[in-house]
Each structure stands twice: as structure tokens, then as C-alpha cells.
Design a protein around this ligand. Structure first.
Ligand code: NAD
Ligand code: GLY
Length: 373
């Protein structure tokens, strides 16, 4: 397939985790370029995991390139959507692996967005106690965040991403060309995670995103390439210091404590993960201001940027009777909670983030303000 994009040079960001290190390859047209699959573990079988939306768009191309390297290539196609990030879908993957007699050397390929990537990673972590897997992320969100760093999971009705494992892929292949078919709403969702990296780690990147939001929304290839690369560099730097989130990695959850409550409270899939994170970042910035860590001007700046990315900034009412109570209850089951105390990632407006608790009354005020904003 010929590329419609300018001939952007392929770039690589390395994630340094000792014997679990790997490369994140970023470029246009990688999907069916055999050179990017060289050096992966050898095996008799490859198993492609994808979903019913992505399969008709890209599965054939991936299968073709894998067939040159693996004698048997199988595919399992999952139902599409956050609502299907469940035990039932995970079992479909295990059913496929077992019914095809896949052995412990089988290499799995996650072809899709964060939902497919997180589930494939979890299946790879547990099938025969661990088989290698490769991330081939096809959404902006997955390219800038979920495919990198080895967090894998499924949802539980009581909490998001509650069942999972840390398990690193062998390689991440970010083909920028596949972003051409991404629905606009999904592009915006991915931009939420791009914006995230500014306030937590790199104010110059935040300035760059502000200056190039128009190009990003228009899917300008050079702008997307820079956004994916810089996001992956920041994520690789954070994960390289704290793979299993015993400290600094928690900053990558900026906006996620509020965001996960929105996702669970609205029912998985009603708000996209990136939409909930976008609104959640505005709420977390408001909380940071209420704690005296950042000024109101910064909250306004971030709110405007999230809006320009096409993302919601007014929080939804998730319970008509006890909205604040429901938010607090959902946030208490967040993985960052300790002894029932909710922990928030807060920012200082100068590119640094930290984690801390906050009085319920203050959090309640932020929720009330955010639902009316
Ligand atoms: P998604 O996987 O649901 O993909 C979004 C939609 O886009 C889906 O309908 C999908 O079928 C479709 N799609 C994918 N690629 C496409 C393409 N190229 N063209 C057209 N349509 C395409 O959602 P997402 O935003 O990619 O990922 C969200 C998930 O990622 C959440 O479950 C979230 O918890 C998880 N996540 C994980 C991490 C991590 O570190 N593991 C980080 C952030 C988010
Ligand atoms: N997306 C949060 C993390 O990977 O830690």
C-alpha cells in the first residue's frame, strides 16, 4: 500500500528496563514493512488479537507480513469497545490460543487500540504463564500511552483496570498512517493523553501542543510524529525509573482518578477513556488550585487546551441522588487509594506533578464546580 503521507523518517524511542528493554518504532507505513518485524522471538505460531472494527481495516496486511516469518498465523477478533474489556473477551483469546494448540513460544500481536492492547497483554502475561507479545497500536491514545510501559488489564464492574499484570511487550510498532481512519472523537481522546505529558513533565511540550493544536486536529503527519515521539520519550523516561508504579510512575495518572470515576459512573464506553481523562485533568488542576499549588490562570489555560482538543470539560452528573457521594465512592476503589484515602495526582504549573490526599470537603467542592462549569 502506498503512503499518502510525506516520507517521514522512522524513529525509535528505547525503553530501558534491563532484560525487558524494548524499542518503540514510530513511522509511516510500518504495519506491513517486514523489516520492522525482524529480530522478534521465533516461533511456529503467531496469534493476532484484534477487534471487529480494526480487523477489516488492517488485519490482512499484518497477517501477510507475519506469514513470512511464522509458519502458522491465527487471528482472534473481539467485539469492539470498552464495555467488552472483560473476562468474557479475555476467555475468547484463551479459547483461540488453546483451540489452535498454541505452544508457549507463540508470539501474540495486539492490533488495535488500548482495549485490545491491554487485553492482549494480559492474555500474553498469563497464557502458559507468559508468552511474548508485540503491540501494534492503531489509535493515537494507544500509540502515545497504552501500548508503552507494560500495564495490562481488564475492567471489573466495580472498578476500571482492576484485574491485570505488569507485562512488557517485545516491541511497539506505531504506524502513523493507520491514524488516518481513526474517527475524530477517538483522535481527540488520544490528544488528552498527549496533553497530559505537558503539566506533569515538560512545559515546553505543553507550549508546543498549544502552538500546534490546529495541525494535530488536522492530522498533520509531522505534528503527529512529533506528538507520538515526545509522548513516548516522556513515558519511557518515567517507566524506566519506576516500572511497577511504586513511586514516580503514578504521575502518568494525572486526571485519571476523576476520569476513572466518570468512566465507571457513566457505564464503560459512554465516555471514552480519553474524554474522561481530559475532563479529569481539568478537575485535577482545579483541585491543585484549591490546594494552593497552581494558580487559576493555569487551570484556565489547561481547560482551554482540553476544549481545543475537542474534549469535554464539564463533568457529568453520575448519580442524580448523591453525585458527590458516588464520585467519592468510585474514587476510593482507585488503585492509588491507600487505606480508603483517595490519592490524587496534582500539578504545580511548572511541569512537576506529585501525589497526595485531599480533604473530602475540598474534593466535593471541585466535583460540584466541575459538574456546573
Ligand atoms: P479503543 O481501544 O476502544 O479504541 C477506540 C476505538 O477506535 C475503537 O472503536 C476501535 O475499534 C477503533 N479503532 C482503533 N484503531 C482504529 C483505526 N486505526 N481506525 C479506525 N478505528 C480504529 O480505545 P483507546 O482510546 O485506544 O484505548 C482506551 C483504553 O486504553 C482504555 O481501556 C484504557 O484503560 C486503556 N489505557 C491503558 C493504558 C496502559 O498503560 N495500559 C494507558 C492509557 C489507557
Ligand atoms: N497510563 C498510566 C501508566 O502507564 O502508568
Amino acid at each position: 500500500m502506498t503512503s499518502q503521507l510525506p516520507d517521514l523518517r522512522t524513529q525509535q524511542v528505547d525503553i530501558d528496563l534491563g532484560d525487558r528493554s524494548y524499542g518503540i518504532v514510530i513511522g509511516a507505513g510500518l504495519l506491513d514493512d517486514a523489516s520492522h518485524y525482524a529480530g522478534l522471538p521465533r516461533a511456529t505460531t503467531a496469534m493476532v488479537v484484534t477487534n471487529e472494527t480494526v480487523a477489516p481495516l488492517y488485519a490482512e496486511r499484518l497477517i501477510r507480513v507475519l506469514k513470512a516469518q511464522y509458519p502458522q498465523v491465527h487471528v482472534v477478533t473481539l467485539p469492539d469497545g470498552e464495555a467488552y474489556k472483560t473476562w468474557e473477551s479475555l476467555n475468547l483469546i484463551f479459547d483461540a490460543l488453546l483451540s489452535h494448540g498454541c505452544d508457549r513460544k507463540t508470539v501474540m500481536f495486539a492490533l488495535g487500540g488500548g482495549v485490545v492492547g491491554d487485553m492482549t497483554g494480559f492474555a500474553a502475561a498469563s497464557y502458559m504463564r507468559g508468552v511474548p507479545f508485540v503491540q501494534v497500536p492503531t489509535t493515537l491514545l494507544a500509540q502515545v500511552d497504552s501500548s508503552v510501559g507494560g500495564k495490562t488489564a481488564i475492567n471489573h464492574p466495580l472498578g476500571k483496570n482492576m484485574i491485570g499484570a505488569f507485562y512488557q511487550p517485545q516491541r511497539v510498532l506505531c504506524d502513523l498512517e493507520v491514524l488516518k481512519t481513526l474517527p475524530e472523537r477517538e483522535l481527540s481522546a488520544g490528544l488528552a493523553e498527549v496533553i497530559k505529558y505537558g503539566p506533569i513533565a515538560d512545559m515546553a511540550f505543553l507550549d508546543w501542543i498549544e502552538a500546534h493544536m490546529h495541525e494535530l486536529m488536522a492530522r498533520d503527519p509531522a505534528a503527529l510524529a512529533h506528538a507520538v515521539r515526545r509522548s513516548c520519550e516522556i513515558k519511557a523516561w518515567v517507566v524506566g525509573q519506576d516500572e511497577r508504579e511504586s513511586g514516580v510512575r503514578a504521575i502518568l495518572n494525572f486526571g485519571h482518578t476523576f476520569g476513572h470515576a466518570i468512566e465507571a459512573g457513566m457505564g464503560y464506553g459512554a465516555w471514552l477513556h480519553g474524554e474522561a481523562v481530559g475532563c479529569g485533568m481539568v478537575m485535577a488542576a482545579r483541585l491543585s488550585a484549591a490546594l494552593g499549588l497552581v494558580d487559576e490562570a493555569f487551570v484556565a489555560r489547561l481547560t482551554q487546551l482540553v476544549q481545543r482538543a475537542g474534549l469535554p470539560t464539564v463533568a457529568p452528573v453520575i448519580d442524580a441522588q448523591d453525585n458527590v457521594g458516588r464520585y467519592l465512592a468510585l474514587m476510593r476503589v482507585d488503585k492509588k487509594s491507600e487505606g480508603g484515602e483517595i490519592k490524587f495526582v496534582v500539578i504545580d504549573g511548572r511541569g512537576k506533578a506529585s501525589m497526595r490526599g485531599a480533604p473530602d470537603a475540598l474534593v466535593a467542592r471541585v466535583i460540584e464546580t466541575s459538574c456546573q462549569a
